[in-house]
Structures are given as structure tokens and as C-alpha cells.
Design a protein around this ligand. Structure first.
Ligand code: COA
Length: 349
């Protein structure tokens, strides 16, 4: 059976660096609060009109494709993970296909938020294993800065997120000593509303009436998108941070251990763990729980914030570019986020 290797990897982050102090111009926050709670020092924001989620994905994809030694014409399939698409529909996959002048290949969008890239990688891995495709472009990209509430009301969410893109070419190989060993996907929708953007959507308060969502009277509207929703900031993401934190620190170690056990490894065998860059405190907790040394974990949230679906491929790319990942290394990718969904992938580089 063929296996999947990451044959090429690329990343793109916008030029515009936004520091914590820059954010204090818009909201009541401080560099000290943000760094202490999240580890974030700065993030990148895309150009308002000249950059989109897809254009950033194109830049990352060009690098991944070149490093894989193929051309855009050789790509057989696209899997694109994002929660901040250019359009509500169609998805970014087709926009990427168009922008890169690819053949009329399939393009699939994955909507699994912070776990999106690991889910996308797992989907692509199955297509390679069955022999259906040889070169799959797997992308995670986000332009969060366009959809955040920059008033004090939205500060618990807005300070965390940043923009960027990462991409890999997943390629078929007959080499049994390399490639993706296994992927592990999970979800628990019980707390779906804890980290969510409710609108625009077709819920028409159905879930609120079942006590899942907590809208106040002024926010209630049964329309797809109404003026009242906008007036009440219902067009912005909602997050109960402490609830997310508590669940993340349980599920991250669990799904990493699952991947290790499945392949008869233990945490000391990990060469590099790339955790989704949700919060430095979460990553540090996971490191401690799994008794990993500093050099076994790669974090870069300090400079990019949480870039959701882009965070794992950006961190993986940066770690590889810095020479921290070499052929033969055991690399673990792990993510947790809205849904809740969580996932891991274990691979021999
Ligand atoms: N600047 C200053 N104060 C802020 C703030 C900000 N950006 N955001 C929130 N606060 C305030 C709150 O209003 C609250 O004030 P109060 O005590 O007067 O009510 C106080 O800080 C504490 O808020 P709380 O939400 O309890 O803080 P916290 O210690 O849990 O930290 C998070 C908040 C968001 C950093 C933290 O919960 C977290 O990281 N959670 C996980 C989030 C995550 O990983 N999300 C992505 C998932 S993939």
C-alpha cells in the first residue's frame, strides 16, 4: 500500500506586524495581560483589500509545490482548511485552483477550525493510501483580522488571532520507512457553542431555544443575518476562554498518546511535537504532562498569534526551515479547537 510523505512545505505570513501595544489603541488591554495569559507578543494582519485567505494560501502553496519538485499542473487534488473563507460559498479550494491555473482537479474545503489542517492531512492521506491520487495540496489559511471585534467588547477573542497560511504537498511513496504512520480524529459537539461564530447561519435560534446558545432577547432574530445581529455583535466569534482551556489541556495529551500508542512509541521517542498554536500556556501544559524536553516542542505563537487552520503548517514549516526537523525524525502534529474537534498525526519525516 502506498504511504504519504510531505514532499514540500511552504508558509506565508503578511508583512504587517501588529504588536500587543498596537492593539491598545482600539481596546482596553495591555501587553502584559496578553503575554501573561497567551504568550503572544505580536501577530500579522493581512492587507485589508489586497490580500485574502486564498491569496495567502497561493503564496504558501507556490513554495510547497516548488520544494516538492513538481508544478501546479501535477497537483491531483486540493484539500483546503479554513474558517475565514473569502466567500461564505464557494469555498477557497476552487479559488486556489483558479488562482494557480491548475487542471480541473477536485477541490475540497474542510471546516474543522483549529483542527482543520490535521483533519485535511488525514483526508488527503486516505486518498494517497488507496492509490487514487499521487500529489495532494493540503492547505491551512486564515484571514482573521477581517472578522474580529476590535472594541473592548471583543478583546478576549481578538488579541489571540492572527493571519497567515501554510501548505504541504502530500505525495505518494513506496518507501516504507517514511511518511504518515497514522492520523486520529475526534469530535464532541456537546460544547459546540462555546467557541463559535453563530451567524450568518440557518439556526434561526433553534439551538438557543434548546438552551445550547445563550442569546439575550435583543440578540434573538430568526433571520439569516439581520441588523439586530450586527448591532449586538452577533457577527463576531464567541469564545468562553476558560472552558476551552480546560478541555484543551485534557484532549491534547490524550490524542498525542493515542498516536504514540498506536505505533508503539512513547513520548520520549518524539523528535518534534508541533502543537496547534492555541495558547502558549496550553502548549506548556501539554509539554509538562507528556514530560517533553524544550527541544521536543516547537512553538511560534509568540510571533504569529493563533492562526487556527494555518498554525500547524506554519509551525511545521518554520521548524523545518530552521533545521529542527530532519529526515528520519518522528514528528507529531496535534490540534484542538472549536467543535470541539481534536486530532493528531504521527509521521516519520
Ligand atoms: N485584555 C485585558 N483584559 C482582558 C482581555 C484582554 N484582551 N480579555 C479578557 N480580559 C479580562 C476579562 O474581561 C476578565 O475581567 P474580569 O475579571 O473583570 O471579568 C479577566 O480578563 C479574566 O478573563 P478570563 O476570560 O477569565 O481570562 P483567562 O485567564 O481565562 O484568559 C484566555 C483568557 C482567552 C487567554 C484564556 O481563557 C485562554 O487562552 N483560553 C483558551 C483559548 C484558546 O485557546 N482558544 C483557541 C482555541 S483553539
Amino acid at each position: 500500500m502506498p504511504k504519504s510523505i510531505i514532499a514540500g512545505i511552504g508558509m506565508y505570513v503578511p508583512e504587517n506586524i501588529v504588536t500587543n501595544n498596537d492593539l491598545t489603541k482600539y481596546m482596553d488591554t495591555s501587553d502584559e495581560w496578553i503575554q501573561e495569559r497567551t504568550g503572544i507578543k505580536e501577530r500579522r494582519y493581512a492587507h485589508r483589500t489586497n490580500e485574502t485567505t486564498t491569496t495567502m494560501a497561493v503564496e504558501a502553496s507556490k513554495i510547497a509545490i516548488e520544494r516538492a519538485g513538481i508544478t501546479a499542473q501535477d497537483v491531483d487534488f486540493i484539500v483546503f482548511a479554513t474558517l475565514s473563507p473569502d466567500y461564505y460559498f464557494p469555498g477557497c479550494g476552487v479559488l486556489l485552483q483558479r488562482a494557480m491555473k491548475m487542471k480541473e482537479i477536485g477541490a475540497l474545503d474542510v471546516r474543522n477550525q483549529c483542527s482543520g489542517f490535521v483533519y485535511a492531512l488525514s483526508v488527503a492521506d486516505q486518498f494517497i493510501k488507496t492509490g487514487m491520487y499521487k500529489n495532494i495540496l493540503v492547505v491551512g489559511a486564515e484571514k482573521h483580522s477581517f472578522g474580529l471585534d476590535f472594541s473592548t467588547r471583543g478583546r478576549n477573542v481578538s488579541v489571540i488571532f492572527g493571519d497567515g497560511a501554510g501548505a504541504v504537498v502530500l505525495q505518494s511513496t513506496e518507501d516504507n520507512n517514511r511518511g504518515i504512520l497514522s492520523t486520529h480524529l475526534h469530535s464532541d459537539g456537546e460544547s459546540a457553542e462555546i467557541l463559535a461564530m453563530y451567524n450568518p447561519g440557518t439556526h434561526a435560534n433553534y439551538w438557543a431555544n434548546k438552551n445550547y446558545a445563550t442569546f439575550n432577547d435583543a440578540e434573538i432574530s430568526d433571520m439569516f443575518m439581520s441588523h439586530a445581529m450586527i448591532d449586538n455583535a452577533q457577527n463576531f466569534p464567541f469564545m468562553d476562554g476558560p472552558h476551552v482551556f480546560k478541555k484543551a489541556i485534557v484532549k491534547f495529551p490524550e490524542v498525542i498518546k493515542e498516536a504514540l500508542e498506536k505505533n508503539n512509541f512513547s513520548s520520549k521517542d518524539i523528535s518534534v511535537l508541533i502543537p496547534h498554536q492555541a495558547n502558549l500556556r496550553i502548549a506548556q501544559f501539554v509539554q509538562q504532562k507528556l514530560e517533553l524536553k524544550d527541544e521536543q516542542v516547537y512553538n511560534n505563537i509568540q510571533h504569529y498569534g493563533n492562526t487556527t487552520a494555518a498554525s500547524v503548517p506554519i509551525a511545521l514549516c518554520e521548524a523545518w526551515e530552521k533545521g529542527k526537523i530532519k529526515q528520519g525524525d518522528l514528528v507529531c502534529l496535534a490540534a484542538f479547537g472549536s467543535g470541539f474537534t481534536w486530532a493528531s498525526a504521527l509521521l516519520k519525516w
